[in-house]
Design a binder for this molecule. Structure first.
Ligand SMILES: C[S@@+](CC[C@H](N)C(=O)[O-])C[C@H]1O[C@@H](n2cnc3c(N)ncnc32)[C@H](O)[C@@H]1O
Length: 270
């Protein structure tokens, strides 16, 4: 194989180095357990679901793995078009909601597995399609990509925040805390290419989500979920900012957030 200087770059290593210094720390399964009611209320029926599904090529696929499935917003919709779906998440609370949702939808072809990206996947059934929507995380990119390819027969879709940050520049600029980015999708694309895949890249765009808050504390807590603990000065700045947000008739204030999702896909070779 003819080499170029990009071959000297270890994208797995770069990904890990950036992850280590990033402000945006990995969440625990308990964090996600606590977030499950929010996902049920706000995400289960959100506009993102249809936008994601529209971009998925289901041809020749009968079975699917949905990794980091959350409350089942994609699993249950896609189960209606497939023979069977394996929905995997390390948060038991998310899976509890998914099972309730499946029952309500009279969907009987979804099975759940309580596993993480890092666990042994020997009980994961090989499936035609593998999706991981907004849930990808890795301790070693090459190992995770190999693990995914070992359970996917045909096609893989990963969606991840296209930006390196979970907070907007506007919020980051209000904080005295230094915000250090997380590794974004570009690391994944490059690692895939180096492994011999030809990843495609698409974007799920134009999402304007209104996040509503009753109190400055609720607003501050939502920022702390992303960036970790902040100083009293930062809390004061966020409180002042909260009172500049538009107010609705019921007294809630809202912060309008635009998110662009990168959708990486590849065909698994036989
Ligand atoms: C942002 S939610 C996305 C849920 C759903 N896929 C969607 O797009 O709406 C991230 C999900 O990934 C799960 N998750 C995060 N880290 C994980 C890990 N290391 N192993 C398994 N699941 C994980 C969380 O429990 C959560 O349900």
């Amino acid at each position: 194989m003819i080499k170029t200087n990009i071959d000297e770059i270890d994208f797995s290593d770069l990904y890990n180095q950036q992850k280590k210094i990033s402000t945006f720390e990995s969440k625990t399964k308990e964090d996600w357990d606590n977030k499950a009611p929010y996902f049920q209320e706000k995400i289960y029926n959100s506009a993102y679901n249809d936008s994601f599904i529209k971009k998925i090529n289901l041809s020749d696929c009968k079975t699917m793995i949905d990794f980091g499935c959350g409350v089942g917003n994609l699993s249950i919709r896609l189960a209606k078009k497939l023979k069977s779906v394996t929905s995997i998440d390390y948060s038991k609370e998310m899976l509890n909601y998914l099972e309730k949702n499946a029952k309500e939808e009279k969907t009987t072809n979804v099975k759940t597995l309580n596993l993480s990206w890092e666990d042994d996947w020997s009980e994961v059934p090989k499936s035609d399609l593998f999706i991981a929507s907004r849930s990808f995380t890795s301790q070693d990119l090459k190992t995770t990509i190999e693990k995914i390819s070992s359970v996917a027969n045909k096609r893989v879709y990963l969606s991840t925040n296209a930006s390196s940050s979970y907070v907007s520049d506007e919020i980051a600029n209000l904080l005295e805390k230094d915000i250090i980015g997380k590794p974004n999708f570009v690391y994944i694309i490059n690692a895939l290419f180096q492994m011999g895949y030809f990843p495609k890249i698409d974007y799920i765009d134009g999402f304007s989500k209104r996040n509503r808050y009753n109190t400055p504390k609720e607003f501050i807590d939502s920022i702390v979920w992303s960036v970790g603990q902040i100083s009293d000065v930062d809390k004061k700045n966020l409180t002042d900012y909260f009172y500049t947000l538009k107010e609705e008739i019921n007294g809630q204030r809202y912060y309008e957030e635009k998110t662009k999702w990168a959708l990486i896909s590849w065909e698994v070779f036989e």
